[in-house]
Write a protein that binds this ligand. Structure first.
Ligand code: NAP
Length: 528
């Protein structure tokens, strides 16, 4: 059902526009300038060899065995970008075999050798950040500046794990008897299956691939069907960097079929997933049959608590950054802004004013800060959340409707007087809507913030250091931003608690997810 609705949206999106302000099926409007910007960007990518429409298995750029394809198109304009293979079980099984064959050679390289190759890959990603950024804007929609920022962030994981590879230390444990020596080795898990979402088409991939490769694992990546082109371009650069064929494989296509093949294989020893909690639960369940190691980076319902004693300017800036990045389509985006009574009206006014200054449009255009949503289904979800809130008494301070640009665009929106009985309190809106809830005291703020099954990111704005510490401790979340809206960095552990996931990505801890500990006991050491 999920796949069906996605494919219907895909067909609706695959339209091309030629007149000055044409309105093709689905209601999208596009200027001739936007059309020629996209055409020019696509041509430049083709010339640079970075617009590839094949999957990668070993050293082969492959089509689906039965020739099936799926169209990738630009969410801002609906224009066709590429037809990519729609693969399934058989192609995935081949990729698993290839990754399994590559594993002994790759895992036995020295960490210095693996580090060097990852470093080469990092250099190439940075060298091509402009082209890769343009490709990302074309397939995902985010503003070009944000897209280039994601390439640098994504490359940061590759650089970090090129360095961390050299620090995969073992341990010597003091034994309780004279005749024993106890050692812990850390060894790669084996072949990894990685499934990633569309909202960060490259960073969610390098966050998995870089530590896996640093540890000595080989990997099969299934990117989202909406954004496979960034993944394939990065894989091409990995080969160019000298990473041996078979170490990194990309399969594109039927998610349940590909996921099923990865789950059922006894050769795949680990599943790493970023995406919705709903799919994450299925993968966790499916991993049980072969007892795979599992890491899950799932959905969120981030609260942002603004206390009476907050610096309003800092709070507005922080909330704006944490809410509207990627048009509200990030797992750490604020979902609920909780504002204390005494500051509520003042904050609402300043925040609404800041939001009304956001510039919506095609991400390739200069000055655009808000791109489209990924597809019409995402817009429909936002519409239903706003309608539900308004029907239950919310006031629209800014926005509140689909944008005049059409089909995939929604106006940056602020809702006041929202209450916990509204859908937007419990579900991830994944769009540019900020609801403002009211609270009386610290106890109520923490209770409201924790009143969710999710526990990924949270934000607190206060100038009171004791309160900041207390509340940070009380929040049932994997991450807390204190007077800060942008918390993601490759050097810190990223991840959630409760139904937001298992395990951590980034930092030195991210490497542990791809390593097994082996305990070796030397006996009879006392006798000469
Ligand atoms: P999604 O629907 O769960 O899809 C994520 C990936 O799973 C895609 O590659 C998708 O493939 C694949 N998939 C879907 N059904 C599958 C199945 N039955 N078996 C195997 N794979 C399957 O999530 P999304 O809509 O792309 O991403 C948005 C969600 O991701 C949000 O909930 C967001 O909070 C979460 N997210 C979390 C983090 C984090 O670090 N915690 C980061 C980013 C996003 P297709 O796209 O090809 O269908």
């Amino acid at each position: 059902m999920l796949l069906f609705s996605r494919r219907v949206s895909r067909v609706l999106a695959a339209v091309s526009v030629h007149s000055k302000f044409a309105t093709p099926p689905g209601g999208i409007k596009m200027s001739t300038k936007a059309h020629s910007d996209s055409q020019e960007a696509t041509k430049k990518l083709r010339d640079a060899g970075l617009l590839l429409s094949r999957a990668l298995i070993g050293d082969k750029w492959c089509e689906a065995f039965d020739g099936r394809t799926i169209t990738v198109s630009n969410p801002a304009t609906g224009e066709f970008l590429a037809d990519v293979p729609f693969m399934g079980r058989k192609e995935t099984e081949l990729a698993i075999t290839v990754a399994n064959e590559a594993f002994p050679v790759w895992s036995q390289k020295t960490t210095a050798e693996r580090s060097k190759l990852l470093r080469n890959w990092f250099d190439l990603l940075i060298e091509h950040k402009e082209e890769l950024g343009r490709l990302m804007t074309l397939e995902q929609g985010k503003p070009l500046k944000e897209a280039i920022g994601e390439i640098v962030y994504a490359a940061g994981f590759v650089e970090l794990y090129a360095e961390e590879a050299k620090r995969i230390y073992g341990e010597i444990i003091p034994a309780a008897t004279h005749d024993k020596r106890l050692i812990v080795l850390r060894q790669p898990v084996g072949v990894v299956g990685a499934i990633t979402p569309w909202n960060f088409p490259l960073a969610m991939i390098t966050r998995k691939v870089a530590p896996a490769l640093a540890a000595g694992c080989t990997i099969i990546v299934k990117p989202s069907e909406f954004t496979p082109l960034s993944a394939v371009a990065a894989a091409k650069l990995a080969l160019q960097a000298g990473i041996p064929p078979g170490v990194l494989n990309i399969v594109i296509g039927d998610a349940p079929q590909i996921g099923g093949a990865l789950l059922e294989s006894t050769k795949v020893r680990k599943i790493t997933f970023t995406g919705s909690t709903q799919v994450g639960k299925k993968l966790m369940e499916g991993s049980a049959a072969t007892v795979k190691k599992v890491s899950l980076e799932l959905g969120g319902n981030a609260p942002c608590i603004i206390f009476d004693d907050a610096n309003i300017e800092v709070a507005v800036r922080g909330a704006l950054a944490a809410k509207y990045r990627n048009s509200g389509q990030t797992c750490v985006c604020i979902n609920r802004i909780l504002v204390q009574d005494g500051i509520y009206e003042e904050f609402a006014k300043a925040f609404a004013q800041a939001v009304s200054g956001l510039h919506v449009g095609n991400g390739l255009e200069e000055g655009v800060t808000q791109g489209p949503l990924i597809n019409p289904a995402a817009v429909a979800k936002v519409v239903s959340h706003v309608e539900d809130a308004v029907a239950k008494g919310a006031r629209v301070l800014v926005g509140g409707k689909t944008h005049s640009l059409g089909r995939t665009f929604y106006e940056p929106t602020v809702l006041a007087d929202t209450t916990p009985d509204m859908k937007i309190f419990c579900e991830e809106v994944f769009g540019p809507v900020a609801p403002l809830f009211r609270f009386k005291d610290e106890k109520e703020a923490v209770r409201l913030a924790n009143d969710t099954h999710f526990g990924l990111a949270s934000y607190v704005f206060t100038e009171n250091i004791s309160r900041a510490w207390r509340v940070a401790e009380a929040l049932e979340y994997g991450m807390v931003g204190l007077n800060e809206g942008l918390i993601s960095t490759e050097v810190a552990p990223f991840g959630g608690v409760k139904q937001s996931g298992l395990g951590r990505e980034g930092s030195k801890y991210g490497l542990d997810e791809y390593l097994e500990m082996k305990y070796v006991c030397f006996g009879n050491m006392a006798s000469s």
